[in-house]
Ligand binder design. Structure first.
Ligand SMILES: Nc1nc2c(c(=O)[nH]1)N[C@H]1C(S)=C(S)[C@@H](COP(=O)(O)O)O[C@H]1N2
Ligand SMILES: [Mo]
Length: 537
């Protein structure tokens, strides 16, 4: 009787160990994937920050008084102890009743996800590392608990030497082990536990190394400062924003700026080693480093960037203020040869874009950008240097983390997306988007102000028209135009009867009205008039 109790007590100790190792795996995997994913998805940091946010002021004061500058260390130690205790309890519960373990692990996973996605600037996708980590931890826990159960036959009266060290009861088992199956399974448990421990340690260490590199780059990025631009941006008039709740701000804040790229891991580039090579069909090959760029005459321009994958009415578009060197000037120094017609730009991660050479040489301000909205480029938006070209979709012009410009010919070279069936040239199609009312929204009947944004970069928006149901097309009121390279808001007052309605809008550029013809995003961008169904009551 006594031996049985000892044995199950020892198994429960092992179950707690299993819980702790599984928790280690959850965090290790999440940290590693998170390190590759984004700076905002690390669950430990998110948990700690959330804890700090919820800490009452008196406890904060106490922590700072007691631990001084070690307050953060104290926080992490406290978190580690808490996590170990909770994980041990979960391991025990999982061993007693697996369903309790599952519920507990999923609950902890949910807490982690909530902490991550509630951080400023985080998005739902930042939860992915925590979710994958939780699933990995759950799988490892299941394996270990199974091994433990198969090592615990009902009739077992003794334990073997393997688990003697974990024999919490302190009393040595009486007699020799007679159950070979038990011994093998215990070994099975230790094998599973060992693998879990090794993978947890390796992923955690890997995550630490990757985020260490990222941190160094982040610190360098934050230290950057830029000279005043030789040609500053025009002041932005107050009238660029229409006064309608729900219309997107004219200037897109960096954390809200859409992000599209093929980089699973955001490149981390050391500005001190960054170099751009301009070569190919040029009279003079050029290499410039970051300092050379800063020493040049920089310009500052607002340019609205758009993705070719933006569906009609979609959100893959943003407007920012860019600071950088005119690509025109760089090309003038390199002197392209007569028969060249394209510039193939390449990033450190291998992405490439083919941009018509004349567009990079004309009077529009194609920029080799170093700053976005008065701060160094965010890592995910191309730090330290990217291209921004007014009037072209991003896939043929906006190369982030750019390190190479090859002057060449469309006949001789192709780029990342053009190799995958997208059009060789990608001028942005004129579009108007309805932002208020929202699709299937409910609004008050009577007088209602609709609002939205239109764009035709490098050509400019002349007019926007709005139609309710099958009524006449009416001209909307345009917000102030900044330049032809930036989007333009519009608003219109309509009278709504109660019931369901359809609103459509269409924009005019200097060439006329945007096409009504519906086209998919592939191969050269979506077209058609944006339509929204909604109701008034
Ligand atoms: N290195 C690199 N640059 C890139 C891409 C990419 O996948 N890799 N995507 C392009 C596309 S398709 C678009 S729409 C813009 C998006 O820029 P953003 O993420 O800063 O909004 O970047 C362009 N530059
Ligand atoms: Mo794009």
């Amino acid at each position: 009787m006594k031996a049985v109790r000892t044995s199950s007590r020892s198994a429960s100790t092992l179950a707690m160990l299993a819980g702790i190792l599984a928790a280690g795996l959850v965090l290790g995997v999440a940290e590693l994937i998170g390190a590759f994913f984004s700076t905002r998805s690390a669950p430990l940091i998110a948990l700690g920050s959330t804890f700090i946010d919820f800490t009452p002021a008196w406890l904060k004061d106490f922590a700072i008084d007691t631990f001084g500058t070690n307050d953060k260390l104290a926080l992490f130690v406290g978190m580690a102890v808490t996590i170990i205790i909770l994980a041990a309890i979960l391991g025990y519960l999982a061993w007693r009743r697996w369903i309790l373990g599952v519920a507990g692990v999923l609950f902890m996973g949910a807490v982690m996800v909530a902490a991550v996605v509630s951080r400023a600037g985080a998005s739902v996708s930042d939860a992915i590392p925590s979710v994958i980590g939780t699933l990995a931890g759950l799988a490892a826990l299941r394996l270990m608990i199974r091994k433990l159960h198969s090592a615990q036959p009902q009739t077992e009266t003794t334990t073997n030497d393997d688990d003697g060290a974990f024999n919490a009861g302190g009393s040595r088992p009486v007699g020799a082990s007679t159950n070979a199956r038990t011994s093998v399974s215990r070994r099975g448990f230790f094998a599973a536990a060992g693998v879990t421990a090794v993978v947890a340690a390796a992923t955690a260490a890997g995550g630490a190394v990757v985020s260490g590199i990222r941190n160094t780059v982040n610190v360098a990025r934050e230290r950057l400062s830029f000279p005043a631009p030789a040609s500053p941006a025009m002041p932005v008039p107050a009238g660029v924003d229409v006064d309608v709740d729900g219309v997107e701000p004219w200037l897109t804040p960096n954390p809200e700026f859409y992000r599209i790229d093929t980089a699973l891991q955001v490149p981390t580039i050391d500005v001190d080693t960054w170099e751009l090579r301009v070569h190919g069909m040029v009279e003079e090959e050029i290499r410039i480093n970051f300092q050379d760029l800063l020493d040049s005459e920089l310009i500052e321009r607002h340019i609205t960037l758009t993705c070719v994958s933006n569906p009609v009415g979609g959100e893959l578009i943003g407007n920012a203020k860019w600071l950088g060197y005119p690509i025109r000037e760089l090309l003038a120094r390199a002197r392209p040869t007569e028969d060249a017609d394209m510039v193939l730009s390449t990033s450190t991660d291998g992405f490439s874009a083919s941009t018509p050479l004349p567009i990079l040489q004309d009077e529009r301000d194609a920029i080799l950008a170093v700053a976005m909205n008065d701060e160094p480029l965010p890592l995910e938006h191309g730090y330290p240097v990217r291209m921004v070209v007014p009037g072209l979709y991003g896939y043929v012009s906006a190369t982030k983390w750019v390190i190479d410009l090859e002057v060449t010919r469309f006949a001789d070279a192709t780029a990342y997306w053009t190799d995958r069936g997208w059009a060789e040239k990608g001028p942005i199609k004129t579009q108007s988007r309805i932002e208020v009312p929202r699709p299937f929204g409910n609004v008050a009947a009577g007088t209602f102000r609709v609002g939205g944004t239109a764009w035709a970069q490098n050509r400019g928006i002349d007019t926007v028209e709005v139609q309710i149901d099958d009524g006449p097309w009416e001209e909307a009121t345009l917000a102030a135009e900044y330049t032809v390279d930036t989007w333009r808001q519009w608003t219109h007052e309509v009278q709504l009867e109660p019931g369901s309605h359809r609103i459509r809008s269409r924009a005019y550029d200097p060439d006329g009205v945007q096409t009504e013809e519906r086209a998919d995003t592939v191969p050269d961008g979506a077209s058609g008039w944006h339509t929204v169904q909604f109701s008034a009551e």
